[in-house]
Write a protein that binds this ligand. Structure first.
Ligand SMILES: CC(C)(COP(=O)(O)OP(=O)(O)OC[C@H]1O[C@@H](n2cnc3c(N)ncnc32)[C@H](O)[C@@H]1OP(=O)(O)O)[C@@H](O)C(=O)NCCC(=O)NCCS
Length: 221
């Protein structure tokens, strides 16, 4: 992981060296980016962690979000659309960022910390977030899950579930019963780059069940 992603996007299709790539028009602050991460045009990421190989497409916005490895975040996505304090007399930001308006007033740190900690959005590994989806504060999305295009995700999503709609509802599982557990046990996302390179052909041609048969050595789940 690195705090200082600096590389410009590559021009060729040759393999990269693993340095995270951030487009010049993107804004990334207080964030750690894993190896092979990509952040595309006009993305905004604040106070977040992006696991190895995860990427964020154009115009998306992540705040107070932790993603696992190999997450694919489509364009125009919003991970953690923050809530305003609706219970206060005014829900305008001047109540929690009075420093921006009044001399001698300080940022409401308690409010900021509750957004930063309890309100954190967490994605597991290998999560695909479809175009334009919005994930609300505090939502946990399990490994392998799919969020349909245009969804508003208001509650936690089970591993390997496909959810969609406003608000997002369970549609179906990605795999037959038992396969998700085998994949979680296999944890291919923790494999070395070299091992992934050897396995990627099998990922193209084998079903998830066949892939587990070949690569999990018959481990019990
Ligand atoms: C969620 C998704 C993966 C589901 O694909 P699928 O399993 O092939 O689903 P189907 O097309 O068979 O649709 C099944 C039902 O869900 C509905 N549905 C599918 N996607 C939906 C979505 N994003 N929001 C609301 N409903 C959706 C369909 O209308 C259909 O409803 P019906 O049974 O009443 O007719 C896909 O629809 C999707 O949203 N993909 C995201 C594409 C994207 O954002 N790409 C960006 C580039 S990375």
């Amino acid at each position: 992981m690195t705090d200082t992603p600096a590389r410009k996007p590559r021009k060729s299709s040759a393999p990269r060296d693993g340095t995270p790539q951030v487009h010049g028009s993107a804004t990334v602050t207080d964030t750690t980016l894993g190896r092979y991460c990509e952040v595309k045009e006009r993305v905004l990421i604040r106070s977040s962690e992006l696991g190895d190989y995860s990427y964020v497409e154009r115009h998306s916005e992540l705040i107070y979000t932790t993603t696992g490895k190999f997450c694919a975040i489509a364009a125009d996505v919003r991970l953690n659309a923050l809530n305003h304090p609706v219970e206060r007399v005014s829900q305008h930001k001047f109540t929690y960022r009075p420093n921006e308006y009044f001399t001698g007033k300080k940022l409401d740190k308690a409010f900021r910390d509750s957004r930063l900690n309890q309100g954190r959005v967490v994605l597991g590994h290998d999560v695909w977030v479809g175009h334009g989806a919005i994930v609300l504060p505090g939502v946990k999305v399990g490994t392998g899950a799919v969020i349909g295009a245009g969804s508003v995700v208001t509650s936690d999503v089970e591993p390997y579930a496909i959810v969609a709609g406003v608000s997002a509802r369970f549609m179906r599982w990605r795999f037959a019963p038992g396969t998700a557990q085998r994949l979680m046990k296999l944890a291919w996302w923790d494999w070395s780059h070299e091992r992934l390179s050897e396995a990627v052909d099998d990922m193209q041609t084998l079903t998830a069940e066949q892939f587990c048969d070949k690569h999990d050595g018959g481990i019990e789940v």
